[in-house]
Design a protein around this ligand. Structure first.
Ligand SMILES: [Zn+2]
Length: 356
């Protein structure tokens, strides 16, 4: 698991049962729309009172202090003064500015970025040089260089051609083993293999099965073309992600047709996700559904009702899709966002189930 999925998981478990306005979530492009924060802060503050307002003011102070620290331009920040909590993530793309005050951190934009910008490992190699990159959210997190003094040059006087070739082969094999060992330690779920000529294919052939299986593509490229390679592989991974998301909808359709391991529509999917049955949750990209949550008895429904039909307590308005997403994260379900029309027609949300 990479850092972002750990963060999303951690955020999905945070929840203040006593107050519905404890956590502030801020998605912000610092360069854009500087007035936005001031305006939202003022509006939210005026709607809160007592302890909640005090917590809001304190939390905003902490957030603004943090923003002044020059930590980056495009950020997601999650904070609560009451819970002594502040964490953030750098975002790879500009997103809509938003500030949300709620009983839990608002994770949907972050989960969507996580889905669209999958992390992967890139390895560039020839017979005597290798560089391994860990790419996360569209940029290089970590890199590792390996090289070996392989007899690339001419054989020494007196050595036969056959002996020279044998020694050279052995040396390359030893170098590849060393690279494999390094790769083993840091490899992500997806590996892109790159380099000039045959070396990468020889390397692929000698990899152990569980690593070889993760190779999604081999790119033919000069050893010096790092920049171009990064661009190309990020594009490749994003195309694969689109195909994966199409495949997920296809699989959902097939399961529904045979009345198999599927749930679809709001009520059905919510039940499944609450029971921990969901293997893969599929959400329509920009769809939000207004609903209400009773903090007292945890009743969650679409629609708008002031008092809980179950226990009579005052409810809070929520985006029920966000609530479904949080349940799914807590039970380690995979999440796919899609704009496929079929998910729209099936009720905007659906799931492949682990069991029924
Ligand atoms: Zn209730």
């Amino acid at each position: 698991m990479n850092d972002l999925s750990e963060l999303i998981r951690e955020l999905s478990e945070m929840y203040d049962a006593d107050s519905r306005d404890t956590y502030i979530t801020l998605y912000i492009n610092k360069d854009k729309n500087v007035k936005f924060l001031e305006r939202r802060e003022k509006a939210c503050k005026s709607l809160l009172s007592g302890e909640e307002q005090k917590n809001f003011t304190n939390t905003m102070e902490e957030i603004k202090e943090f923003l002044n620290k020059n930590v980056g331009n495009t950020l997601a920040i999650f904070a609560s003064h009451k819970h002594h909590f502040l964490t953030y993530a750098h975002l790879p793309i500009e997103i809509n500015n938003s500030l949300i005050v709620d009983s839990s951190p608002y994770i949907r934009p972050l989960a969507r970025i996580q889905d669209e910008w999958e992390s992967f490992t890139l390895i560039l190699l020839n017979s005597h040089y290798a560089k391994i990159f860990s790419v996360s959210l569209g940029s290089v997190d970590r890199e590792k260089n390996l090289s070996s003094n392989i007899m690339n040059k001419h054989r020494k006087g007196g050595m036969s051609q056959a002996r020279f070739q044998r020694l050279r082969k052995g040396a390359i094999h030893a170098f590849f083993s060393e690279v494999e060992e390094a790769l083993e330690k840091i490899a992500d779920k997806q590996i892109v293999l790159a380099g000039p000529g045959q070396a990468k294919l020889q390397f692929q052939d000698m990899l152990s099965k569980h690593l070889a299986e993760r190779i999604v593509e081999a790119i033919d490229i000069s050893i010096d073309d790092e920049k171009e390679l990064l661009k190309e592989s990020i594009h490749l991974i994003s195309e694969l992600e689109k195909r994966k998301s199409k495949g997920a909808v296809q699989q959902l359709k097939e399961e529904i047709l045979k009345d198999g391991l599927a749930a679809y529509g709001f009520d059905d999917t919510l039940n499944a996700v609450k029971n921990g049955q969901v293997e893969l949750l599929i959400i329509e990209k920009d769809y939000k559904l207004k609903g209400y949550l009773c903090e007292h008895c945890q009743l969650l429904k679409a629609g708008a009702i002031k008092n809980c039909p179950n226990c009579g307590s005052v409810t809070s308005e929520v985006d029920v899709i966000e609530e479904i997403l949080e349940f799914a994260e807590r039970t380690d379900a995979e999440i796919e966002f899609t704009d496929d029309e079929e998910i729209h027609n099936l009720g905007h949300v659906g799931a492949i189930l682990r069991y029924k």
